[in-house]
Design a protein around this ligand. Structure first.
Ligand code: 0WK
Ligand code: BGC
Length: 911
């Protein structure tokens, strides 16, 4: 189920959620037509209401308030005085109070409070960060700066060692040790905390390590900056590594910034030789013994303590302060690292040393002060050297990576030059910290997301749009049924002459052919009256090659007859003449149950000499041409009808058949009085809608994208089955491929590197979409598939590919839902019902194989047809059984009318 943010996001609104309060913010220009704004608002509210219902929540209309904010001139100009919410008109309030904050039309409200509390373990860090943020927001009063709407967006930097896009905290360092965070996604925790507060929002979040932020902000000034270095409370560095060496991430080309987390150097005992007992004391008394050994030798959090312990040691050995111990100096944490910098100040250092020793109640003399300065110098110098060694290592690695004799690079500041003589390193100090850098990374990441979003936006259909589509389709259904309007109708609404669903008296053996889906199948089916069972006694799948699909009609039907002959002899049925049910899944004008004229080919078929011909006749001719077996009466059905019938045998309330597979279509039981092209007013008849043709007359221009146009223009039948080409399995993969190519061209994907494979039509089959959207293994599948397509990608690319798949399949599910909701509402209205309970029999690989297609489809149908209670049952064994059922029903009806005629004959004779 999509989170509420997606529901609201689709309407382009911003929002707050706090506990059970939700605030919506929409901007509009007071000079624009109010209707557009109000319509958007009401359809968004309707969707929220439906979302709430699906999540067993209730929207409390009576507590809903609305306020309009803006400059006095804007407020005067705005014609809006009230908004309607679920039919209730809500007057705009002069002011509203939310979470204790009073808002007025000027958009000013009370600000949040922040409190300085201990950060370690008392309140969760994310909440603390939020408090700081609220304090910051109200301090800079950002809210005042937004034009006519009251909301703020903000970006964060959390400097802890984390993985990149989904940032799971590996472990705390630098004195932090909050419970319940390690192993968790920091972004999620932050968002949850912001939501818990509800008094401000944050927009797009990108997580960066401070070294990365530092490199980025310096890189903005000096493009050759490719190393980020932090020597502060902690220490760490990042640098641009060659992708070919980043073994944990797929892809060989280009570079990736690696956050080394070098603070952990030595955690595996590597530095045993240089670790002093003082270092061991520091480590054992730290919050996380054994963690970040290198950092504990270098960074600001520990240097002061290192010096203090050394001074204590020298005191114990009577080399300092005449061995007089001071309780203060014996206390951990009393010699902060900043003392070292003060004491090492070239000019005032010694004075500072004395001032500090006095403050520590240490009885010292000037020699002591000098020794203290020497100790400080020793400790800080070791730090600088260790850092230099590490940094030189990185600089050399970059040099070697690039096969350079000499490297010129930039870092943020002696010693390194000595250790990396072949590297000319410039140090630039980051200005304003890594905040800018993080903003840069966020800006880049957001630009990528936004631009991708802009490319994908046309594929995201709101409920409002889906309702419009449903209304348009309803008109087309009626047009298709019309005697005089049918010929102009894009949605053909073909009578199938299936008047009733099985009544359980059907029985006998049948052959069934199933052509038009992924597989062409021949089946031997037995219908057992007593047991009410339809058994498949045998089936055979035969392939239909591209040549046959595009060859002559004769070749196709000879191939069908050959498969049939094969099967009949394999089943030892040669001696029998069985009735045959033929599921022929293409638009056919059915004259009778056994006379069906092909209107046009779809789904990649285009055999010559068949359109406009009777399929049953062509089949019979092919069987005769062979002369090695015979078939009995034939019943022609569309796969939707076969599916409805085979499901209807299990659930009598099944009166809609739905296919979302290679193609898409639906049939349903229409009232005979509405089937204007067939005589008779009573009862019902199954109508094959052929909704695949929806939009062939331009009805869907507003939602058709340029990518859809490309798919249509490059298809075998341009202009035919526009709706199908936006939904069905034959086209979804290609839709995704073309979107990936477009994003690549806009340098939003794969760094703009084009792959010939991906540029080739048909290289991204629809099944890739289902694999990539698999909840757990999806991303891994995406990487495997991108490798198989020789696409140089990184995992941000992999994520965007998944987003594209999700967008395309989601649109397909939504469009299908709009169409199915239309059919369900039609049945309800036909029967003058306030509420309809019905069942849909469904089949097709997209519906069956895609991980969340069916969920999204069902959820959206509930939303779009709230007065219909629709149950979905998956067809088992396909429509072959259904075809046999139709044949059995046709036989039963033929027998009954025959008996009737006979009885009429008898009674006439008696007369
Ligand atoms: C299986 C049915 C067949 C129908 C097919 C549609 O037996 O009649 O055409 O589903 O799904 P597809 O194979 O096109 O995915
Ligand atoms: C055909 C329909 C068929 C659907 C699903 C469409 O292309 O026109 O007759 O029901 O595909 O297979």
């Amino acid at each position: 189920m999509l989170p509420l943010r997606c529901v609201v996001g689709r309407h382009g609104f911003n929002f707050h959620c706090y506990a059970d309060d939700t605030q919506l913010y929409l901007k509009f220009s007071p000079s624009g037509p109010p209707s557009a704004t109000l319509t958007r608002l009401s359809s968004c509210l309707e969707e929220i209401n439906a979302w709430m219902r699906q999540n067993f929540l209730q929207l409390n209309g009576s507590k809903t308030e609305a306020i309009q904010t803006g400059t006095p001139q804007q407020l005067r100009a705005s014609p809006i005085a009230s908004v309607s919410i679920f039919g209730h008109s809500i007057l705009l309030s002069p002011s509203i109070t939310n979470l204790g904050v009073k808002f007025d039309p000027r958009g000013s409200g009370g600000s949040g409070s922040s409190s300085d509390r201990e950060v370690r373990g008392s309140i969760p860090v994310p909440d603390y960060v939020c408090n700081c943020n609220v304090a910051f927001v109200s301090f800079v009063d950002l809210s005042g700066h937004c034009d006519s709407c009251n909301y703020v967006t903000f970006y964060f930097v959390i400097t802890t060692s984390c993985l990149f896009s989904q940032s799971i905290l590996l472990r705390w360092t630098k004195g932090f040790n909050c419970s319940g965070v390690e192993g968790r996604d920091i972004v999620q925790l932050l968002k949850e905390a912001v939501q818990r507060r509800g008094d401000f929002t944050i927009g797009f979040v990108a997580m960066v390590n401070d070294t990365v932020g530092t490199m980025m902000s310096c890189g903005y000034r000096d493009q050759s900056c490719e190393i980020g270095l932090i020597i502060g409370t902690g220490t760490n560095a990042c640098y641009m590594e060659e992708m070919r060496n980043v073994k944990r991430v797929e892809g060989e080309d280009g570079r990736m910034c690696i956050n080394t987390e070098w603070g952990g150097f030595g955690d595996d005992g590597t530095l045993e030789n240089i670790i002093t007992d003082i270092n061991r004391t520091i480590d054992q008394t730290s919050i996380k013994p054994g963690v970040h050994i290198f950092e504990k030798m270098i960074s600001g959090m520990y240097l002061g303590e290192l010096v203090r312990l050394l001074l204590v040691k020298l005191t114990e050995q009577k080399l300092l302060f005449k061995g007089q111990r001071s309780t203060t100096l014996l206390t951990a944490g009393t010699f902060p690292t900043k003392f070292i910098s003060e004491i090492e100040e070239p000019l005032s250092g010694l004075e500072n040393a004395k001032r500090i020793l006095s403050s520590l109640n240490v009885p010292y003399d000037s020699v002591d002060a000098r020794i203290v300065r020497l100790v400080c110098d020793t400790v800080s110098s070791r730090t600088a050297r260790l850092c230099a060694a590490a940094l030189a290592t990185i600089a050399n690695r970059i040099r070697v990576n690039r096969g350079l004799k000499h490297l010129k690079t930039t870092v943020a500041p002696g010693m390194v030059r000595l250790l990396a003589p072949d590297c000319d390193i410039t140090f630039i100090l980051s200005q304003d910290g890594s905040g800018k850098g993080a903003a840069m990374v966020t800006a880049v990441a957001q630009r990528l997301a936004l631009q991708s979003h802009l490319v994908l936006q046309p594929f995201c259909l709101s409920v409002h749009q889906l309702r419009t589509i449903s209304d348009l389709l309803m008109k087309d259904l009626i047009k298709g049924l019309g005697k005089h309007s049918h010929h102009k109708a894009a949605v053909k609404m073909l009578p199938t002459f299936v008047r009733s669903t099985p009544d359980g008296t059907e029985h006998g053996d049948f052959l069934a052919l199933d052509l038009g889906g992924t597989n062409f199948r021949v089946l031997h089916v037995r219908v057992l009256e007593e047991e009410k069972v339809v058994d498949i006694l045998g089936s055979q799948t035969c392939s239909i090659s591209q040549d046959i699909m595009l060859g002559t009609g004769e070749q196709l039907f000879d191939h069908i007859a050959a498969c049939l002959a094969d099967f009949i002899s394999s089943q030892n049925l040669k001696e029998q003449t069985l009735p045959l049910g033929f599921t022929f899944s293409f638009p056919c004008e059915q004259k009778k149950i056994d006379e069906s004229i092909l209107i046009r080919w779809t789904k990649g078929f285009n055999c010559s000499g068949v359109e406009g011909r009777d399929i049953v006749q062509l089949l019979k001719e092919a069987v005769q041409r062979r002369g090695d077996f015979t078939i009995g009466s034939v019943a022609m059905v569309n796969d939707t009808v076969g599916t409805m019938m085979s499901c209807g045998y299990r659930d009598q309330s099944c009166e809609i058949g739905l296919i979302i597979g290679t193609g898409t279509n639906a049939c349903y039981m229409e009232e005979m009085r509405n089937v204007k092209r067939v005589e008779g007013e009573d009862g019902r008849m199954c109508i094959n809608t052929e909704w695949g043709g929806f939009g062939d007359d331009g009805t869907l221009e507003n939602i058709i994208t340029d990518i859809d146009r490309t798919i249509d223009q490059t298809s075998i039948k341009p202009g035919v089955h526009i709706f199908e080409k936006m939904i069905s399995g034959m086209y979804l993969g290609e839709l995704v491929r073309l979107l990936l190519v477009k994003l690549t061209e806009q340098k939003l994907l794969f760094k703009g590197q084009r792959s010939t494979t991906l540029l080739t039509a048909g290289t991204f089959p629809t099944k890739f979409i289902s694999e990539i959207e698999e909840p757990l293994s999806g991303l891994e599948n995406a990487k495997r598939i991108l490798s198989s397509l020789n696409v140089p990608y990184d995992f941000v690319d992999a994520r965007i590919v998944r987003l594209v798949c999700d967008t395309v399949s989601s649109r397909s599910a939504r469009l299908c839902a709009a169409a199915l909701a239309t059919v369900a509402n039609r049945i309800r209205v036909n029967r003058g019902l306030k509420h309809l309970k019905t069942t849909v029999g469904v089949d097709g690989t997209v519906y069956k194989k895609h991980p969340n297609f069916s969920d999204e489809l069902q959820a959206m149908v509930r939303l779009l047809a709230p007065d219909c209670d629709v149950t979905f049952i998956l067809s088992q064994d396909g429509s072959g059984k259904g075809a046999a059922m139709v044949t059995a029903v046709a036989q039963r009806l033929a027998l009954q009318s025959h008996l009737l005629e006979d009885s009429d004959g008898d009674s006439e004779e008696e007369d």
